[in-house]
Design a protein around this ligand. Sequence first.
Ligand SMILES: [Zn+2]
Length: 113
Amino acid sequence: MHELGLTQHLIEIAERVARENGATQVRAVKVEIGALAGVVPESVEFCFDVCSRGTLLEGSRLEILFIPGRGRCYDCQAECTLDTYTVTCPECGGFSLERLQGKELRVVEVEVD
Ligand SMILES: [Zn+2]
């Protein structure tokens, strides 16, 4: 389960932000997770509880913003919704899809005391 390492990484980032702001306790963390990031939000939530113990984030609230996947076809320029299973353009059937949005995996906000 690679979400464990990723969640630890997100917690490290949030802790650093909190320390830089002189905080001793994090109240909430907002994280963006894209549909194409290859991460299961529920797993991140689960890992967050475990990984945040003993850190500034212990007991804090995790808010996940889910970013849907968007793509554009190189062949016909049509834009479409993408998920990890989309391999062809729904308009022309082409295989050349550019991923525009949905790879996000980042801390966007840290609320501290
Ligand atoms: Zn197309």
